[in-house]
Ligand binder design. Structure first.
Ligand SMILES: [Zn+2]
Length: 162
């Protein structure tokens, strides 16, 4: 389980027991508690509190920072950002937002986030691009039309020299 601190959060406090603190891209902070034994039927209450005076959403802030980074990368192509990392970050954030919603719903009875929460941000549109699958290059036999690997000397099907 991982708890993400919203980017706009101030005075973020949690009840996690001595969690590992992880720093992500664009100033994101995550907390990963160590729960050695998750027993069935036992409830582990978690409470999160923070203030969000600006009301800004993590997703919109993240979008801004990513666009900024992309603009900077465009100005300095030698340190170009890795697009797959950005996509991954978005996917991770989306997953974490969903997880946070689940956690907060589950422990709704506990004190949860005075001020504005931003757990409803999963509807935000993002320009995520799915991973592109690279298809191996193929040639086709001029005799029988069977596909063969590029560089192959003979057709795997009819045996004709390519
Ligand atoms: Zn052939």
């Amino acid at each position: 389980m991982i708890v993400q601190r919203p980017l706009a959060a101030q005075n973020f406090q949690h009840s996690l027991d001595d969690p590992e603190e992880l720093a992500g891209d664009f100033g994101l902070i995550f907390f990963r508690p160590h729960i050695p034994e998750l027993l069935a039927g036992i409830k582990y209450p978690i409470s999160l509190t923070y203030e969000n005076p600006t009301g800004a959403l993590t997703m919109s802030m993240l979008q801004e920072r990513m666009e900024q980074a992309q603009a900077e990368a465009a100005e300095h192509p030698e340190i170009s950002a890795n697009p797959s990392n950005l996509t991954l970050t978005l996917i991770v954030i989306g997953g974490l937002a969903v997880l946070l919603i689940v956690v907060l719903r589950f422990w709704n009875g506990k004190k949860v986030t005075p001020g504005k929460t931003e757990v409803a941000e999963k509807g935000t549109t993002t320009d995520t691009q799915g991973p592109k699958i690279k298809v191996a290059d193929t040639d086709f036999c001029s005799n029988c039309g069977s596909p063969s690997r590029v560089g192959a000397k003979f057709c795997p099907d009819c045996g004709k020299e390519l």
